[in-house]
Every structure is written in C-alpha cells, then in structure tokens.
Design a protein around this ligand. Structure first.
Ligand code: SAM
Length: 384
C-alpha cells in the first residue's frame, strides 16, 4: 500500500468538496473513535435485543424517507417548529406526523427542544439539502423490490434481485423508466462527489496529463479534476445519455470536454497510448470477471507507455481480506449486497488480491499498488 498523504492541487475552488476532506490524523482518529463506540454499542447489547434491532433496521430507513418525502426536514430549515405546525403546512395528519418526528428525533435527524419544538440536527440539515434525491432513490419501489428479492429469491436462484423482484435487468428497467433513471443518476452523483473529492485529495498528478474516464457517467470525476488541475485534458467515454449530460456539465463550467459515446466492450475510439491517466471508477464492480477482463483488455493499450506517471486508476470499494472490523468495511459489504441485487450475476466488490489477479489476466504485468483515500473507496494504481 502506498503511504496515504494529503495532496494539494494547484487550484482549490471556494466551493470545492476537497475542502471537506478531513486531514489524515483527524480522519484516522474520527473513524477509530466511531468504530470503538459502534463496537461498544454491540458488545454491551443483549444478543436478543441486537438481533431484533438488526431485523427492524429498515424502519429507520423508512422514518428517514418519511421526513424527506413529506418535506418535514425542509419545513424546519428556517428554524425550530412544533410538529402540529409542520403537519398543517404539509397537509399531514398531526398525530402521525408528530410520531414520525418524534421517531426522527430518536434517530438523531431532529432534536426535540424543551419548548416542545423540533429543530434540525446536522444530519437533518444534510437531509434537507441535496441528499433528498439520494434518500428518494434508495427507497424507490423498484430498488426496494430488488433488494427484498435478492434476500428471498436470488440467494437460491443466482439471478439478480432486479430480475427476480422487478422482472428486468437494472439497465433495461431504467431504459423504460426515465424518472427512476434520473433519480438513480442523481443518487450516483451524490455518492460520487465526496468519493472524487477524496481521490483528488490523495492522487498526485504532474498537472498536464490527459485524463481519460471510461464509464465516466456525467463527468463528475473529470470536472472535479479539471477544476483542481486546470492544465489537464479530460476525455470521457460512456453510453450516449451520460455523454450528453457530461457535455452539458462541462459547458456550464465554460470548459470543453472530449466526450464520446462508446462501449467499453469494444476498442475505444482513440489512438493507442492517448491517456496518461485512465480512470475506471465504480465500473468493474458492475461486472463479472469475464466482462471486467474485457474492459481491462480494451483500456490497456490506451495508456501512454512511455510516460513515467502513466497509470490506470481503478477506484472501487476494495474489500479487506480480513473479517470486517470497521464501519467502513461493513459499508463495503453492504455495497457488495447492493451489487448482487441490482446488477448482473457476478457483479461484486472485490479484494485487492482479486483485482490483482484480474489485472494480471488482462496483461498488466507490473505490480499494482493500493492507495487508500478518506472515503469508502480505494484507488488501485496500475502501471501500463
Ligand atoms: C456505476 S456507474 C459509474 C459512473 C461513474 N464512473 C461514477 O462513478 O459516477 C457505471 C457507468 O458505466 C456506464 N456503462 C454501462 N455499460 C457501459 C458500456 N457498455 N460502455 C460504456 N459505459 C457503460 C453507465 O452508463 C454508467 O455511467
């Protein structure tokens, strides 16, 4: 593993998410304290109580969903209010609304004040902002059905939760449900922003590289790198919809983006050796090994062989080879179950050794290194 350190890019916009990435000592201490308290909470619970809590944890998601979906958190942005006033403004049944708000206070979303009003906590404030899309997409019926089917049926059939619970593969379903596809893209963006900020804060560049992002979605990663490393040249490949969104995103920044619709299962339409750095972020985990190999074989010739800083950057939630001991590791295992539910069979999170074997099979002979970031994702740096 390369030693994690902070990288200071030449330009840091005032609204940069990189500013929210904590320094390494703070991150390490914060996660260690959090892990300790989580461990203590489990260790000091009666096993039966803990088991019942686990069986009912979806209720916490539902309370979170209710206070977002019905505008309860939004109604508190201007300041504390009584639950009856919120219910009346939002057209809700006061008795029920007050009980949901009381439950939300139990979860740390709201704070119940002594004068009988409720206020937003920092978590509630986050839910009142852009994270609303994230909550709505997580609770979309198709997602809930797919996750339930993964646990009840897929585990015995080996088919994806989407096929079992919704009747179609994830991408096919979204092709015919544009509203849900939009909500998913928005959710992906919410997840991607802090992950990319953590990568920018850890990945050293020369500053004048051609950065290629394959399966780059709406261009969030490249736009962030361009804002922090202004002399880099971004190039993006994805399916036509995301490519269009990426063009728009760069146009809004007043920047030009070379974005081309292309499947990563076919040879990419750029000359060999074109990319100094080639990103595959949250792409390989969508595919089984054979497909992941095809993607890796297709991108390999596009890396500049003669450039000393040339590398493939696989950015994924890399699983620990050991039993999970931290909250971060447990989150990765939940992400792995999400892959099982929404993607083709074989889609999954992998350990570093599993990625190393895939890379070797794709013809990458040099040893990859693991660069941890202050997020759920780690970067695997692979020389060409
Ligand atoms: C999980 S998303 C990751 C997007 C982006 N890298 C990010 O992290 O936000 C996977 C991406 O792969 C793209 N994709 C799926 N099949 C593809 C294909 N055959 N060729 C190119 N891109 C594809 C999707 O459109 C989507 O943008």
């Amino acid at each position: 593993m390369t030693s994690p350190r902070s990288v200071r890019p030449p330009s840091i916009p005032a609204d940069s998410a990189v500013l929210a990435v904590p320094p390494w000592p703070v991150f390490r201490l914060g996660t260690a304290i959090n892990d300790l308290f989580s461990w203590l909470a489990i260790a000091t619970s009666l096993p039966e109580i803990r088991a019942m809590q686990l069986a009912n944890v979806h209720l916490e998601s539902l309370v979170t969903y209710a206070v977002v979906e019905h505008g309860i958190v939004e109604a508190l942005v201007e300041g504390p209010r009584k639950c009856e006033a919120v219910a009346s403004e939002r057209g809700l049944v006061p008795g029920f609304c007050c009980r949901f708000m009381r439950a939300a206070a139990g979860l740390g979303i709201l704070a119940a004040l002594n004068d009988g009003t409720y206020a937003l906590t920092p978590v509630g404030r986050a839910l009142a902002g852009e994270l609303q899309d994230f909550v709505r997409a997580s609770q979309q019926k198709s997602n809930r059905d797919a996750l339930a089917a993964a646990a009840t049926t897929s585990i015995a059939t080996g088919r994806s939760g989407y096929v079992e619970g919704v009747g179609k593969e994830f991408w096919d379903w979204h092709d015919t449900h544009p509203e849900e596809a939009k909500a998913f893209d928005s959710m992906m963006r919410q997840v991607t922003v802090p992950q990319v900020a953590a990568l920018v804060a850890s990945l050293e560049l020369r500053g004048n590289e051609t950065l290629c992002d394959v399966g780059g979605g709406d261009g969030t990663l490249l736009a962030t790198f361009k804002a922090h490393w202004p002399s880099t040249t971004p190039v993006l490949f994805d399916l036509p919809g995301p490519v269009e969104a990426a063009h728009q995103r760069f146009a809004a920044m007043g920047e030009r983006l070379d974005a081309r619709p292309a499947s990563f299962f076919d040879p990419l339409p750029i000359p060999d050796g074109h990319c100094d750095v080639l990103f595959l972020k949250s792409v390989l985990h969508d595919w089984e090994d054979q497909d992941a190999l095809r993607i890796l074989k297709n991108v390999k010739p596009k890396l500049a062989p003669e450039s000393s800083s040339s590398r493939l950057v696989v950015y994924e939630a890399v699983l620990s080879a050991h039993p999970p001991s931290s909250g971060l590791e447990k989150s990765k295992l939940m992400l792995d179950i999400t892959m099982l539910a929404i993607n083709h069979p074989g889609a999954r999170e992998r350990t570093f050794d599993e990625y190393r074997d895939l890379l070797k099979a794709a013809g990458f002979t040099a040893q990859p290194t693991l660069l941890n970031t202050r997020s759920i994702s780690s970067a695997i740096l692979v020389p060409p």
